[in-house]
Design a protein around this ligand. Structure first.
Ligand code: ATP
Ligand code: MG
Length: 452
């Protein structure tokens, strides 16, 4: 998109010079010869940036600037001032001008300043746009659930979001702990500050330490320059310590100190660094058991467990499954450009009765696979072989004996093949091997049952 510039100048020659300059550089140019005209132009044209002279009749540049900073604080203004009145430039900066240019006009100087400021401004706009997107993503309307269990959870999340308290989020794998952590941050007063995540479970102890606290150059072999840790990066914002149940006792002690004192040193460093960071932690481990075994420190547990949030497993709120299914169908329809419109009630009932050891992540992956592979636009039983209960797979109600033995056996065979395919990631060679039939027999069966 072209940048729209408003040039405000009462001297025709100077104005023409600038109009030529910016039109040639591809800007959309609007003009005004005094402050009153300028305000009208701002209303009608919504410029991205304004360059204004100070001395003008009717309403001068200072008055205009005051109006813009009050009513349109997001539009940057550059003031043009006569060299003799440099004081007014200083004054203009105080009022809120982004920069100033002194007369006599030097075109390269004007251009450089305008380009720098409009780039900066579009970065700011883009940032706000991205932040907005993130807030929308973690808005509660995108966390699906209508059961009482999940509503209570939302209320709790909303209540703790506005505080600065440490929160320990617990729940099985795939229940949505990370989503909740994001929702807390993006609904808190810190939402415009960083949300920094550390997965404590995947890093070796020494790496985790330098990841969290940073290190100074030469602290250990390979530390070729200073590194800022996640605690510092999260300053003013939120630090999410994921998989907190997996850290060593030694690291637990180091963490405890930061949580208690709000200060630490970089690895190998002597300077004490103070930070203001809100801590959220998550785990799928049983920390009480770990404390009994002596693998998790009591004092750290109490520091973290100020507000515990328990995210229930999906099987305990199976009434939410249907909403999640629709939510994910819509999501993957969009991503893959598909148009799945409906789901067969029998298929929905299977989806609702499955117990999802991998919780929402498992359901999400399942729906993604179904959406990708489905051709008919309707999700049916045959789309979910991997979660069909055993009896359905063997001689389930779907197999109609009245069709006669041959057809019933064929139905059964087709279903077995589909299931085997799915279990083997649709790798034909592998599936044929598992079914212990040769490749050409297998291919002819695929053709016979119209599976591709
Ligand atoms: N209530 C919900 N509504 C919509 N999507 C959800 C919901 N809960 C979780 N999800 C989705 O499920 C997936 C898993 O969630 P998340 O990563 O937060 O789980 P987790 O508890 O952190 O898992 P793990 O313990 O394995 O790290 C994500 O893609 C998330 O967006
Ligand atoms: Mg997680």
């Amino acid at each position: 998109m072209k940048t729209r510039i408003l040039l405000v100048e009462d001297l025709p020659d100077a104005l023409e010079l600038m109009v030529d300059l910016f039109s040639n550089k591809g800007y959309e140019v609007d003009t005004a010869t005094n402050g009153v005209e300028a305000i009208r132009a701002i209303k009608n044209k919504e410029p991205d940036i304004i360059v204004s002279d100070i001395q003008m009749p009717v309403m001068d540049g200072m008055e205009l600037l005051k109006n813009v900073t009050k009513d349109y604080p997001y539009i940057p203004v550059i003031m043009v001032t006569a060299y003799a009145t440099i004081d007014s430039a200083v004054e203009a900066m105080k009022i809120g001008a982004k920069d100033y240019i002194t007369k006599p006009l030097r075109l390269d100087e004007i251009l450089a300043k305008v380009e720098r400021i409009s780039q900066l401004n579009s970065l700011i706009k883009e940032n706000e746009f991205l932040l907005n997107k993130l807030q929308q993503k973690y808005d509660f309307t995108n966390i699906i659930g209508k059961t009482d269990k999940i509503k209570q959870l939302f209320t709790l999340v909303q209540d703790v979001a506005s505080t600065n308290t440490t929160v320990l989020i617990r729940g099985e794998s795939g229940t949505g702990k990370e989503l909740i952590a994001n929702a807390i941050h993006y609904n808190s007063a810190r939402m415009k500050r960083p949300f920094v995540k550390v997965n404590c479970g995947v890093l070796a102890e020494s790496l985790l330490e330098s990841e969290l606290f940073g290190h100074v150059r030469g602290a250990f072999t390979g530390a070729i320059k200073d590194k800022v840790g996640r605690f510092e990066l999260a300053h003013g914002g939120t630090l999410f310590l994921d998989e907190i149940g997996d850290i060593s006792l030694n690291m637990q002690l180091k963490l405890l100190r930061v949580l208690q004192e709000g200060e630490f040193e970089r690895v190998g460093g002597t300077e004490t660094i103070k930070v203001d960071v809100r801590i959220l932690a998550a785990t799928n481990k049983n920390l009480e058991e770990a404390m009994e075994k002596g693998t998790f420190r009591n004092d750290l547990y109490y520091r973290l467990n100020v507000i515990p949030i328990e995210v229930p497993p999906l099987r305990d709120r199976s009434d939410d499954i249907q909403y999640l299914v629709y939510h994910f169908i819509e999501k993957f329809n969009k991503i893959y450009g598909k148009n799945i419109r409906d789901i067969d009630p029998k298929a929905m009932s299977i989806l609702k009765n499955y117990d999802y050891p991998g919780n929402i992540r498992e359901l999400e992956n399942l729906i993604e696979r179904i959406v990708v592979l489905n051709k008919s636009g309707i999700i049916e039983l045959k789309d979910l072989p991997s979660i069909l209960p055993a009896e359905e797979n063997v001689a389930g109600s779907e197999i109609n004996i009245k069709k006669g033995l041959v057809r019933a056996v064929e139905d059964f065979e087709k279903r077995l093949i589909l299931q085997a395919l799915e279990e083997n990631s649709y790798n034909k060679v592998q599936t044929a091997k598992v079914l212990q039939i040769n490749r050409s027999t297998f291919m002819s069966k695929l053709k016979k049952y119209d599976i591709n």
